[in-house]
Write a protein that binds this ligand. Structure first.
Ligand code: SAM
Ligand code: SF4
Length: 341
């Protein structure tokens, strides 16, 4: 029997002051990176060799992560996403989920994963309180998966997503990072998953960040191009999609499909105005924007037993109005695996 929720998802009780940044955006959503390590080396995310991993002593323990959440929850935090690196390679991940589920204000816990360990882990993660997953699927072809991930782990992404759904971790979101000339010929095949599965397939515009010499702006496929290719198969109508709160995807549907098709457009449209998220890095820094240097160290005060609330408020006061991704140079930004993308 899986764990049940404490109350219905949604809004902050009126008695508690919601955390709001200087532009009035409320922060109900925290992405937590539990590791910077990964069993993949995706072309767009990490160099193949030479990654410098964080020493174990610098990584927050599960108890420390739970304490950050316990201190943020009374200020309005409601929803969590566990990410990385690849979160499922950190041992005993279910223990963290169990602790987070026990925080009374938290109404929703999601996991971002490459899916390799889902067939084995999904039932236990559900049982201890995980609500749903996002899974990265950049190809359906075994050889190409190995080429993009630069690892041969021999797994079938559709089977992994199905295992998560069978364990009760739906609605399943599938994320494909589209790269011109590398996997863009599979846009249609991956979208067709929505004809037979109630999944939300989202196409992400490649962000040329981090140390990715093999990829350039020429590999970016704008979402308008993706959508027009899908419209050439059959008309798409706008759909509500699965998002709670202000998610970044816009959703569409083919007539008769049981799932939705979404696009996430960091390169061609910014969604900063509705950004409701902050990030906790694996080494305990609170980042208020995925890009740029807006971060506050929580680990030092946490380990000194200090209260974190003044630091949360300071971090939010500094949350930028919008990111500068389009104005920045390729390679000048940290890879998403390091900031909990
Ligand atoms: N390992 C997990 C996974 O792959 O889903 C979670 C961490 S991964 C850094 C989180 C998300 O960031 C994935 O959906 C991945 O595809 C996306 N991502 C990483 N680097 C990216 C880039 N350069 N451009 C666009 N999306 C990127
Ligand atoms: Fe690992 Fe996810 Fe980055 Fe791929 S995108 S290298 S799976 S952290």
């Amino acid at each position: 029997m899986s764990a049940t929720r404490h109350d219905s998802p949604g809004t902050v009780p009126a008695s508690q002051p919601a955390l709001r940044d200087q532009f009035g955006r409320s922060i109900e959503y925290l992405r937590i990176s539990v590791t910077d390590r990964c069993n993949f080396r995706c072309l767009y995310c990490m160099p193949e060799t030479g990654m410098q991993w964080l020493p174990k002593s610098e990584i927050l323990s599960y108890e420390e992560i739970a304490e950050v959440v316990r201190q943020l929850a009374p200020l309005g935090l409601r929803r969590l996403r566990i990410t990385g690196g690849e979160p499922t390679i950190r041992p005993q991940l279910h223990e963290l989920i169990r602790m987070l589920h026990a925080v009374p204000e938290i109404t929703d816990i999601a996991l971002s994963t490459n899916g390799v360990r889902l067939p084995e882990l999904a039932p236990l993660l559900r049982e201890v309180g995980l609500d749903r997953i996002n899974m990265s699927v950049d190809s359906l072809r075994a050889e190409r998966i190995s080429h993009i991930a630069r690892r041969t782990l021999g797994f079938d992404p559709v089977r992994a997503a199905q295992a998560a759904e069978d364990a009760g971790l739906g609605p399943i979101k599938i994320n494909m990072v589209v790269m011109r000339g590398i996997n863009d010929d599979e846009i249609e095949d991956i979208a067709r998953l929505t004809l037979t599965h109630p999944w939300h397939v989202r196409f992400i515009e490649l962000m040329p960040v981090g140390d990715m010499r093999a990829l350039t702006w020429e590999h970016v496929v704008p979402s308008d191009e993706i959508l027009s290719r899908l419209r050439a198969i059959a008309p798409l109508t706008p759909s509500a999609g699965p998002e709670r709160g202000n998610g970044p995807a816009a959703y569409y549907q083919w007539a008769g499909a049981v799932g939705n098709i979404g696009v996430i457009t960091p390169m061609t449209h910014t969604y900063c105005a509705s950004c409701n998220r902050v990030r906790l890095t694996a080494d305990g820094r609170l980042r208020t924007c995925l890009f740029g240097d807006h971060e506050v160290d929580l680990r030092t005060p946490l380990r000194a037993g200090e209260q974190l609330e003044p630091l949360f408020r300071q971090a939010l006061a500094d949350k930028p109005k919008e990111h500068q991704l389009l104005q920045m140079q390729i390679g000048g930004l940290r890879a998403l695996s390091q900031v909990g993308g």
